[in-house]
Every structure is written in structure tokens, then in C-alpha cells.
Design a protein around this ligand. Structure first.
Ligand SMILES: Cc1ncc(COP(=O)(O)O)c(C=O)c1O
Length: 383
């Protein structure tokens, strides 16, 4: 719509499919299950909200624009966007190739697809391009999926390289863009076929909703997504669209501020004797620092800290007052969690060790509080 995303974000109502005669500054919420087929005289005929809804379409049209896509489906959760991707692309006996460092819910869903539909799941480290190519060359892979940055390992995957390999071996490529968001990174521009994201996180930004979305590069793939979303009942309800629309316009300034606070906290943590190491793609010592800077405009304020012992990590989590012990990220309130216990509890110890996560690893999601208050909270927790 507009050339610069900030302008589009401030004018979401202009992404409506239908023309409102009253030109409201915020689009109306059509919180209805059905529409009367005999009495409509609008630009488009609607019948049932599971299939199409004018409120949801505003968000779908916006995400299509924001990710340079051909179409979008907004889903009732972020993991429903992952499920919809699998339901759309995979068939019984399909093969899927997934980055081993993936969100715990995605990992659990893959196990279900493997056991119920005989899907072969290949896990790999997507930093090893030769290994990836060998798997693609030697197996009939239908779909390749990764996050970048990965969660919780925070690796940066070279999306252009993986896209090129997928094209070469005729596999579809999907990127989970939940951490970076479209304001930072546009996977379809780098060659992916799908980009999906949990809008629960930075996009809605206020911890008030659980939701997701998936966009596709071609009309054909977008049509397929829409078909399966309707058939499987994956679509998002209009009230959640409203909640997301309240957070969206401030996405850019929130991402900038989250990052600024995170860097100040890291400056403090780096000087503490109880810290073993910090993993954050915005730091010069991160192995993919250069790629992170090239691929993302704003690095999301999620990092992991390895404490010198499990006891210290547990003491820290137990005693913080401002940092809540909560899963998820991208909210105004700062959060800490031990991934091995919460968000990635479905991984075995060995699987976590392979992606660099142990019982003394704490994941931080930095919110929007006063940085001095956050540092004081860290100090008092480990007194
Ligand atoms: C990377 C990633 N993808 C998908 C999801 C699932 O999203 P939701 O919790 O909105 O279902 C999460 C949730 O934490 C996530 O971290």
C-alpha cells in the first residue's frame, strides 16, 4: 500500500477488502458467525466467519503486503499456523526436513505427524550446508522448515542459501518468522515459499492474545492454505484481530526499544562473575553476527545466558521480582525461563545439548521497563 511499512502500520484500516461508507479511523469488528446471503449489497459476499470475515481480512491483507506475499491466513494460534502448513503441504508418507533447534511446540507437533501419518522427519543443523544438501539429494523432501533466529539456540540461518538448495531439489521452504517479524526480515524476499509467525509475540506486543498467521509466495499456495484453513477450522476470530491491531502500529518503536534495553542489560551481565556465557546475535562474538546484521533490521531482544551452575540459574529464576518466570517473548514485561523446563520440555536432555541448551541456560525476553529497575532486580535476585 505505502512504500514504508511504518505508514502502512499507522493506516491499517486502508487494508480492508470492503469500502466502509463512514471512513472510520479504526476498522469495524464484525464479531459475527454468519452473514445473510439474501441481504448483502457490499463489494464482496460473505457467508460464514470460519471461511471469510471482513475484520480478519484487514489483517490478512496487511500481512500479505508486509511480507511481499500473494496471500495470508490468520490462525487462532501460532502453532495452528505451523499445523496448517503441515496440513497443506504434507501427505501420508511425506518427508520433511527441519532445523534441529526449533520451538518445542513445533517439535511436539512433528512427533504427532510422524506417529499418526507416517511422516519421515529429518532433523539437521542448517548451518551445515553440505549436510543439508546431502539430505535433500538423497530423500524425497516435500517441505523444509526453520526459524531464524532459532529458538532457543539463537542461530542465524542463511535463508538465501537454504532457499537456493530447496529450489534445486524441488522442496517447498517455510520460515518461522516469529522472532524477527516482518519489520526486520522478509523470508519470501530471500526465496522462501512460506513465512509463518506467532502473532502472540512481538506483533501483538502486549501479551493479551494467542494467535498466528501464515503467508504464501504464490496465489496457488495461498489458495491451498485458505482451503485447508477452512476445512480444518484454523481461522482466527475477529476479536483477536482487534487486539492484534491495537499493538501493530507501534511494532517498530517497540523492537528498537526492546533491543536498546537488552544491550544495556547485557553490558551489566557481562561483568558478573556468575555468568559463564551470553548468546545473542547482536553481540560481536556471536558466530553469525555479520549475517544477523545483514538479514535482520532489528535484532529481537531475546537472548540466553549460561550461569556457572544449575543452582545459580535456579536461584536467579526463583528470586526475580520484575522478571516473571514465563514462557513466550515479545511482551512489555520482561521474562525469564529455563527452556529445558518450560518452552522446550518436550526435548530430551541429549536433544537440548545438541543445540547448546543445558539446565543452567536461562532465556531472557526483554520488555519495556526502566532498565535501571531491571538491573536492580537482577542484582537483588543473586544477592
Ligand atoms: C518460534 C515459535 N513459533 C511458534 C510458536 C507457537 O506460537 P503460539 O504460542 O502463538 O501458538 C512459538 C511459541 O512460543 C514460537 O516461539
Amino acid at each position: 500500500m505505502y512504500n514504508n511499512i511504518e505508514t502502512s502500520l499507522a493506516h491499517l484500516q486502508e487494508f480492508s477488502t470492503i469500502k466502509d461508507p463512514y471512513a472510520p479511523s479504526h476498522f469495524p469488528i464484525y464479531n459475527t458467525g454468519t452473514f445473510d446471503l439474501k441481504k448483502q449489497n457490499g463489494d464482496k459476499i460473505y457467508d460464514y466467519t470460519r471461511s471469510d470475515n471482513p475484520t480478519r481480512e484487514v489483517l490478512e491483507n496487511f500481512f500479505t503486503h508486509a511480507e511481499n506475499a500473494a496471500g495470508c491466513v490468520c490462525t487462532h494460534t501460532g502453532i495452528a499456523a505451523v499445523a496448517l502448513l503441515f496440513e497443506t503441504v504434507l501427505k501420508a508418507n511425506s518427508h520433511i526436513l527441519v532445523e534441529a533447534d526449533c520451538y518445542g511446540g513445533t517439535f511436539r507437533l512433528l512427533k504427532i505427524f510422524k506417529d499418526k501419518y507416517n511422516i519421515t522427519v529429518h532433523f539437521a543443523n542448517f548451518l551445515e550446508h553440505e549436510t543439508l544438501e546431502n539430505i535433500l539429494k538423497n530423500n524425497p523432501i516435500d517441505l523444509v522448515l526453520c526459524e531464524s533466529p532459532t529458538n532457543p539456540g539463537l542461530k542465524i540461518i542463511d535463508l538465501k542459501v537454504v532457499s537456493r538448495l530447496c529450489k534445486q531439489y524441488h522442496a517447498l521452504f517455510a520460515v518461522d518468522n516469529s522472532l524477527a517479524t516482518f519489520i526486520s526480515q522478509k523470508p519470501l524476499d530471500l526465496g522462501a515459499d512460506f513465512s509463518l509467525f506467532s502473532t502472540t509475540k512481538y506483533i501483538s506486543g502486549h501479551g493479551s492474545v494467542v494467535a498466528g498467521a501464515i503467508v504464501a509466495k504464490t496465489q496457488e499456495l495461498a489458495k491451498e492454505l485458505h482451503y485447508y484453513a477452512n476445512a480444518h477450522g484454523r481461522s482466527q476470530n475477529p476479536m483477536d484481530v482487534f487486539l492484534i491491531s491495537l499493538g501493530l502500529p507501534t511494532l517498530k518503536i517497540r523492537m528498537e526499544e526492546h533491543l536498546k534495553i537488552a544491550l544495556e542489560i547485557i553490558d551489566f551481565l557481562e561483568q558478573q562473575s556468575y555468568i559463564e556465557s551470553i548468546n545473542f546475535p547482536a553481540l560481536l562474538n556471536h558466530p553469525q553476527y555479520a549475517l544477523a546484521k545483514e538479514q535482520m533490521k532489528y535484532i529481537p531482544a531475546v537472548f540466553t545466558v549460561d550461569f556457572k551452575s544449575v543452582e545459580l540459574a535456579e536461584k536467579f529464576i526463583e528470586n526475580t521480582k520484575i522478571f516473571g518466570e514465563k514462557c513466550s517473548f515479545g511482551s512489555p514485561d520482561s521474562r525469564v525461563e529455563i527452556p529445558a523446563k518450560i518452552s522446550h520440555a518436550s526435548f530430551s536432555k541429549e536433544e537440548l545439548a545438541a543445540i547448546g541448551i543445558s539446565d543452567s541456560t536461562v532465556r531472557f525476553s526483554i520488555g519495556l521497563e526502566n532498565v535501571e529497575d531491571l538491573i536492580e532486580d537482577i542484582k537483588q535476585a543473586l544477592k
